[in-house]
Ligand binder design. Structure first.
Ligand code: XMP
Length: 511
């Protein structure tokens, strides 16, 4: 496996994903590990990532020279490149030219790393310091206006480095550069696929669980579905899934869990039909935060009741969680501090129910989870579903939540999804809330008469991680179809508007 040493910023995750896309398994490790600790993990290669530090800053992470003498191939990127240059006796200096964003890279000598790449390419840079003199024995390959030494390599010593970020999509030939390091310089073979992970995970679950019982809460989202399917593959009927139907899901979603998911996996499913309970608790409530609290509270109560019942019937020892690798890395879990985020998916369980967690996705990225889901035979719509908030349609009705309004919103939402799919735009849109403004009415005309109806808001956005988002520029023809169908087919709706606010200042959801 390849270890990606994390010097901060978000780049390490992206590098690890790109290495896996090249079919080599990779993991992120902290820059606080010593050379001995790194080598003890028996890496087949090491990548030093970029980071926000300057090698001059006091306390900036340094790399010990012995790392480069252990015979393990090393690739330095951005900060990692500079730290590598400094450790090996090169010169890093403030050239006075900072480069942020796109730069033209001139290749003087392609070496192995830049083989078969055009002489000038655009690369993505983010640095203040530059390597001005390469360490002895390393061949200089390229430069940019602000970086006299922008890449170097030594094939014999299996070392290489680049000043730019080959992992970001704005860097041309980035994946090739990374693969040249992995295959030509480090001599690795591309043999890893997410399948490998599936079989390893299944074995690990079987060993961990033995003949004991496991519980999993299904939300209808992709993570819990894939986690449950994997555990089911490993231990079959020792797993029980609980699905709380709170009546706030979109059209077809509850059925997908109750029928398609069960058919695809053979899982033992307990459905708690609690639609009346949730609607009752939400009656008369219009404040968004209060809605969230009520939905969260009722969800936990229901889950508790079901879990207690199951526990007294058959005993439960383990709880499945759909924690992903980015959560593990962000909570420092890569260094052995696991379970920091325990229970976040089920929103806090009663203290007297003592479960051990099983997290079958904790080594996977979201796109790998989708691949694994497809491979386990889960329904396509489930695997490629857009993210959907826990409180569901409850926070997409501005105003009081009633069954009648939910029915209208489900219909409008379904139309938007159908038209998006018909236009083959599902994968380009990150999320697409459809919102009913139940507190607003406007005058319209339909058929022969005046109407006084409610507006529907379309909120398609593009995003990478939901922290920031931009409004999606959907083609007018697609918007037109959605608008015509929604006003024709949804009782009480006489107006459709599109939200063209980015985040910030808006949020993705309206409540
Ligand atoms: P906002 O609206 O804050 O949403 O831009 C960012 C992302 O979080 C989702 N979201 C939620 N997810 N429970 C959830 O599980 C919630 O209460 C909740 N509120 C917002 C939202 O759908 C978007 O993907």
């Amino acid at each position: 496996r390849v270890l990606v040493v994390d010097y901060g910023a978000q780049y390490a995750q992206l590098i690890a994903r790109r290495v896996r896309e090249a079919h080599v398994y990779s993991e992120i490790v902290s820059s606080k590990l010593s050379v001995e600790e790194l080598l003890a993990k028996r890496p087949s290669a090491i990548i030093l990532s970029g980071g926000p530090s300057s090698v001059y800053e006091p306390g900036a992470p340094q790399v010990d020279r012995s790392l480069f003498e252990a015979g393990v191939p090393v690739f330095g990127i951005c900060y990692g490149f500079q730290a590598m240059a400094q450790a090996l006796g090169g010169t890093v200096a403030r050239t006075g030219t900072r480069e942020y964003g796109r730069s033209a890279l001139a290749i003087q000598n392609s070496g192995c790393l830049l083989e078969a790449i055009p002489n000038t390419i655009n690369v993505w840079m983010s640095h203040g310091d530059s390597v001005t003199k390469a360490p002895k024995g390393l061949q200089v390959l390229a430069r940019t206006a602000g970086a006299p030494v922008a890449a170097f390599e030594s094939r014999e010593r299996k070392l290489a480095g680049v000043q730019w970020h080959p992992e970001v999509m704005h860097s041309q030939w980035g994946q090739q550069v990374l693969e040249h390091f992995l295959f030509k310089i480090a001599g690795l073979t591309p043999s890893w696929t997410p399948d490998t992970m599936v079989s390893e995970t299944i074995t690990a679950i079987q060993e961990q669980v033995g003949d004991r019982r496991v519980l999993c809460a299904l939300s209808g989202g992709v993570d819990s579905a894939v986690a449950a399917a994997l555990v089911q593959r490993a231990i079959g009927s020792q797993l029980t899934c609980v699905f709380v139907d709170h009546g706030l899901l979109r059209a077809g979603e509850a059925e997908q869990v109750k029928e398609d998911f069960v058919r695809a996996t053979g899982v033992d499913l307990v459905v708690a039909d609690e639609r009346e309970r949730f609607l009752g608790a939400l009656a008369g409530v219009t404040d968004p935060e209060q809605k969230r609290k009520i939905i969260g509270r009722e969800f936990i109560r229901t889950f508790e009741e079901v879990a207690r019942q199951l526990e007294s019937d058959r005993g439960i020892d383990f709880l499945v969680q759909g924690t992903l690798y980015p959560d593990v890395v962000e909570s420092g879990g890569g260094d052995g501090a696991s379970n920091i985020k325990s229970h976040h998916n089920v929103g806090g369980l009663p203290d007297d129910l003592q479960f051990t967690l099983i997290e079958p996705l904790r080594a996977m990225f979201k796109d790998e989870v989708r691949q694994v889901g497809a491979q386990l035979g889960l329904p396509e719509e489930m695997v490629h579903r857009h993210p959907f908030p826990g409180p569901g349609l409850g926070i997409r009705i501005v105003g009081e939540v009633t069954e009648e309004r939910l029915e209208i919103l489900r219909r409008a939402d379904l139309i938007a999804r159908e038209e998006l799919r018909a236009a083959h735009l599902e994968r380009e849109i990150w999320q697409f809330p459809v919102v009913l403004l139940a507190d607003v009415r406007s005058v319209g005309v339909q058929g022969d008469g005046r109407t006084y109806g409610y507006p529907i808001v379309l909120r398609p956005v593009t995003s990478e991680d939901a922290m920031t988002a931009d409004w999606a520029r959907l083609p007018y023809e697609v918007l037109e179809k959605m608008s015509t169908r929604i006003t024709n087919e949804c009782e009480g709706i006489n107006r459709v508007v599109v939200d063209i606010t980015s985040k910030p200042p808006g949020t993705i959801e309206w409540e």
